[in-house]
Structure formats: C-alpha cells, structure tokens
Design a protein around this ligand. Structure first.
Ligand code: KG4
Ligand code: ZN
Length: 415
C-alpha cells in the first residue's frame, strides 16, 4: 500500500510517498491496493521511498531571525499543491486528465479549506486535472509545532481524503523524528528501491534535539514512549539560533555556528588553554535528566557585551566554546539516561542531530556500548518521509482503523 505524508509543523512544506506491506486494516471507502504492496512482513517491513520532497522557507524567515508563524502558514498554503504535484510526479503516479470536472464534493472542500483561500483556489484548479492518485492512506503531522502552520497541513490532508476517499491518520512530529532513523542503511537513504526498516533493539533512549524540543525519551517499543527529561527553558536548536543572531550570523543558526566552531577546532593558532572564553554547562551535575540552556545563552550574551567579537577568529572561538558546552551537557545527560534505563540503543534525532561534531562526539562516547542511530543527513531536519514512516508504525500497531478526529495540537507531548 502507498502512504502519502504531509508535514507543515514549522517552516518546511514537505510531502513524501512510501510503499509498505499492507497491514490487515479496514480502510474506509476502498481496500488498500494489495497487489502492489512490498513483500516484507509487519515485523520486518520492506519499504520503498517513492518520493520525498521538502521545500524550505528558511530564507524567507531569515530576515525575522526565526520562524514567523503567519508567514509560515501563508507559505504552506501557497506551496502545498506544487509540492504535491512534484511528489506525485516523482512517485510516478501523476496522471493528468482532460476531464476537468469540478469534484462533486466541491462544497465540502470549500468548507474544509475556508481558512486557506489561496490553497483552496489552487486545489480546485489542480484536482480536476488529475486522475485520483493511487494512495491508500494519508499521514499528517498534527503537533507539536506552530498551530496555524499545522492546520494548513491537516486541512489539506482532509481535503485530499475527501477527494480520494481514503483515511487520514494524525502523526506526532516527535515520533516522526524518532522514526527518521528507520531508513538507515549505511548512513544513506536508499531512494526508489526496496529497503528494510532498520532493526532496533529495545529499550532505546532517544535524544530529540530540535528548534522546539530538547528531550530524552524512553522508547520501550514502537508506539510506547515516555519522556525521561526535557529542557526547562530553551531548546538546543533555539539557543543555536539565538547565539547565531548575537554573532550576526544568518538563520538558521545551527549550521553556521557549527561551521565556525569547526574552523576554530581546526585552527592551530588558537590555544585552548589560554582561551578567555568560558561558558557554563547548565545542570550538568543535576541528578535528573532535565536540561536548561537559557543560562548558556545569557552567558554568551554577557560575554559579548563585555568583549564584542570583532574578528572572525573571536567568533569562531565563541562558537566552539558554545558548542563544546552544549555537547558536554547533552552527553552527560544521555549517559545518565542510558545507565538508568539499561537501554541497548541510542537514537539521536531532530534538526540539531545534523551537527557533524555532535554526531562524532556521540559515536565516540557511546558507540562501543550501545547501537548509536542517527538519521541520514537529509532526514535530521524536518521532512515528510519520517512522518510517513511513523504513520506506518502507527497503523501497523493499531490493527483496526480507529476514528481519529484530527486537530492541531501545538503543545502535543508523549506523556
Ligand atoms: O527538527 P527541525 O528541523 O525543526 C524543528 O522541529 O524545530 O530543527 C531545526 C533546528 C534549528 O534550530 C537549526 O538551527 C538546528 O535545527 N540545526 C542545527 C544544525 N542544522 C540544523 N543545529 C546545529 N547544527 C546543525 N548542523
Ligand atoms: Zn522537527
């Protein structure tokens, strides 16, 4: 069966289509197409990535120094139909038709998309021009994230569901990040060919580090999650972005800081021992598994007020010291979480897991003891492929279709 996934929780408009084995699932309207299903079993599923399209709005938000929710919503409305077209084409299930008739459910569609006039207009223009796509299920992110942005994706999913007469299931964005390690095969995503879901030994600990979250999650099995600890204030990605702003670096700040920090590490002229930059490692020794990063951010701010970073080298050193502080805290807390839970697997996911230095440090520190799983580079930051996979895990676990009433939940958590 084919799953189409939609992700609009922040500033990426993303759609992916995957093919997976068909679970025993009652689908409203029509049976999922079993003839084309992949061969694997539910326990050992084979899947095929048919398409994976991500359109980032980061450049547009850059001038605000962060994501501007109304702009994100407007951009999703504008981009979803073109991204869908691209995804269907890439999956080779785009079939134009000259029929050009408005859907019989036009009224319903107008109601579903009444808050997204631009999307409605494009939708009613596009849909009559194509044959119904051979999709069996839609998975859509319903939280956590920016509610206005989430609603655009949800309403789009509902409109497609109406037109194609297929069900929609809601997916937790953070579960998506956890599932982003599934297509891990030698660190690459094998697009357009069959692949086996990465095998995981449970229990696993997942360190989720993104622009909105910093949390340690116990994964007892797929679908069974418990938050062990989380940030009490800022998320790691958020602090990367804010420190980047203090250093006059563009948004998103994570990759920029990381680049500068690496330059400092590679530079032979900087003597670490003589470094005057020294930032705190907040809560590193606290017995719990919580984090706090706002103190680190303030420390960078105070440092810059006293000693503005005038040269590139000064910026590089601040970036390195900041990143070292982040890495040390994340590693110390993760170590505690692994010890407390006796986990066999460590998953590191979310946008900040794209950070090369952190990837290497985690591998070095824990690689001998546990299986360290980090998503392929393209799947660290927000994407719809991870939502498709989390959607699949959900239906594979659920056996029967449940009636889901879907609404955006900006503050959705696991517990
Ligand atoms: O998961 P994500 O794409 O969106 C959220 O769900 O928040 O994470 C975005 C965050 C941003 O704060 C960005 O600065 C950070 O991930 N990020 C990085 C790197 N690439 C992205 N942080 C550190 N190093 C990177 N290479
Ligand atoms: Zn995310």
């Amino acid at each position: 069966m084919k799953i189409l996934a939609i992700e609009t929780s922040c500033d990426e408009t993303a759609i992916a289509i995957i093919e997976v084995p068909t679970p025993r699932l009652k689908v409203r309207g029509r049976d999922p197409d079993r003839s084309v299903g992949t061969k694997g079993t539910l326990k050992n599923p084979q899947f095929k990535v048919l398409s994976n399209i991500t359109l980032s709005q980061a450049k547009l938000h850059a001038k605000y120094g962060g994501v501007f929710p109304t702009l994100a919503k407007r951009e999703h409305s504008k981009n979803l139909v073109p991204v869908l077209k691209e995804a269907l084409k890439q999956a080779e299930i785009f079939q134009p038709t000259t029929n050009n008739q408005q859907p019989t459910t036009k009224r319903k569609i107008e109601k579903i998309l009444e808050r997204e006039p631009e999307l409605l207009e494009q939708f009613l223009e596009f849909i009559p021009k194509i044959k119904p796509a051979k999709i069996d299920l839609i998975a859509v992110t319903y939280g956590p994230g920016l509610e206005p942005a989430l609603w655009v994706g949800i309403n789009f999913a509902k409109a497609l569901s109406e037109i194609w007469n297929i069900p929609v299931i809601p997916v937790n964005h953070m579960e998506g990040h956890i599932a982003s390690i599934l297509p891990l095969q030698n660190g690459r995503i094998f697009n357009f060919q069959f692949s086996i879901f990465k095998k995981i030994t449970f229990p696993a600990v997942a360190l989720l580090i993104s622009g909105g979250h910093t949390e340690l999650v116990l994964v007892r099995k797929w679908g069974d999650y418990k938050i062990l600890g989380q940030t009490r204030d800022d998320a790691v990605g958020e602090v990367y972005d804010k420190v980047a702003r203090m250093l006059n670096l563009p948004y998103p700040g994570g990759p920029e800081i990381s680049r500068l920090a690496q330059k400092s590490r590679n530079s032979k002229t900087i003597n670490y021992q003589l470094s005057t930059t020294n930032f705190p490692r907040p809560m590193i020794d606290s017995p719990d598994l919580d984090f706090s990063f706002s103190g680190l951010k303030t420390a960078v701010l105070y440092h810059l007020q006293k000693q503005p970073a005038k040269t590139l080298r000064q910026k590089q050193e601040i970036a390195r010291e900041f990143e070292d502080a982040v890495a040390e805290v994340l590693i110390a807390k993760t170590k505690k979480a692994l010890e407390k839970t006796n986990a066999k697997t460590l998953i590191i996911a979310g946008g900040v897991s794209a950070n090369k230095f952190l990837r290497e440090e985690f591998q070095k520190k824990f690689g001998q003891r546990v299986d360290v799983l980090i998503p392929p580079f393209g799947l660290s930051t927000d994407n719809a492929l991870m939502i498709a996979m989390a959607g699949y895990l959900k239906i594979a676990n659920n056996k029967k279709e449940k009636k889901f009433r879907i609404k955006a939940e900006g503050n959705l958590t696991f517990n």
